[in-house]
Ligand binder design. Structure first.
Ligand SMILES: C[S@@+](CC[C@H](N)C(=O)[O-])C[C@H]1O[C@@H](n2cnc3c(N)ncnc32)[C@H](O)[C@@H]1O
Ligand SMILES: Nc1nc2[nH]cc(C(=O)O)c2c(=O)[nH]1
Ligand code: SF4
Ligand SMILES: [Mg+2]
Length: 193
């Protein structure tokens, strides 16, 4: 769908310069999705591997984030291997609803109520990032945290339109449950992509 050079805004690598590759197509249907224009794959023409590699290699970063849409809907092994052959560390942002065919360096798993994740997402997750839309989402977050590996990092991220209401609850929750950390969508504060 698009590729751009920016700063990773969310989660563990927040603040790190990153080249983003966003795939078109997603069938998860999150009501609050902040990139709904990605949903229809056919709205987004293909981009060649060569064009993507040229884009990445025109920047000085060693870090690429593959997101979407839902990037795990597609075979991305060729892309991921090519990036790694070019000495890039590759992270994925995924709902975990599809098995992933590639070996990424960082798997950020953000499960959704709208579609059940596959079991392998819990095994692969380096980072579990739960979007908090209402107060029931804390217990829902714990259900997922119980299923990931012990070394998986746990993040609570306020849904953007509910941030004013949810952030105070998230702050209290993290103070009471310090295994969790806060993730904010910092790129939205910085007005960058
Ligand atoms: C747009 S999604 C694309 C990748 C993948 N489909 C997924 O959901 O993980 C990228 C990240 O943005 C988060 N996100 C999407 N809309 C959001 C919103 N309105 N507020 C906060 N986070 C949001 C998702 O949970 C996910 O962690
Ligand atoms: N700067 C920036 N950081 C991000 N982290 C995750 C994003 C995503 O849409 O997957 C995202 C994004 O869209 N922009
Ligand atoms: S899974 Fe990701 S891209 Fe798909 S609707 Fe949900 S937030 Fe949007
Ligand atoms: Mg985004």
């Amino acid at each position: 769908m698009e590729s751009f050079y920016t700063i990773q805004g969310e989660g563990h690598y927040s603040g790190r310069a990153a080249y983003f590759i966003r795939t078109g197509g997603c069938d998860v249907g999150c009501v609050w999705c902040d990139v709904k224009e990605s949903w229809e794959a056919k709205d987004h023409p293909d981009t060649s591997l060569e064009t993507l590699l040229d884009g990445v290699n025109s920047t000085p970063t060693d870090f690429v984030v593959i997101t979407g849409g839902e990037p795990a809907m597609y075979p991305i092994e060729t892309l991921v291997s090519a990036l790694q052959d070019n000495y890039k560390e590759v992270a994925i942002e995924t709902s975990g609803c599809y098995p992933l065919d590639a070996k990424v360096d960082w798997y950020c798993f953000s499960p959704k109520k709208f579609k059940k994740p596959v079991d392998e997402a819990y095994i692969k997750a380096n980072e579990l990032k739960i979007v908090i839309f209402n107060k029931n989402d804390f217990s829902w977050a714990e259900e997922h945290a119980a299923k990931v590996n012990d070394d998986c990092l746990l993040y609570l991220q306020p849904e953007w339109s509910k941030e004013a209401q949810m952030l105070p609850l998230i702050i209290d929750y993290v103070k009471d449950n310090p295994r969790w950390r806060i993730s904010l969508q910092t790129h939205k504060y910085m007005n960058i992509p």
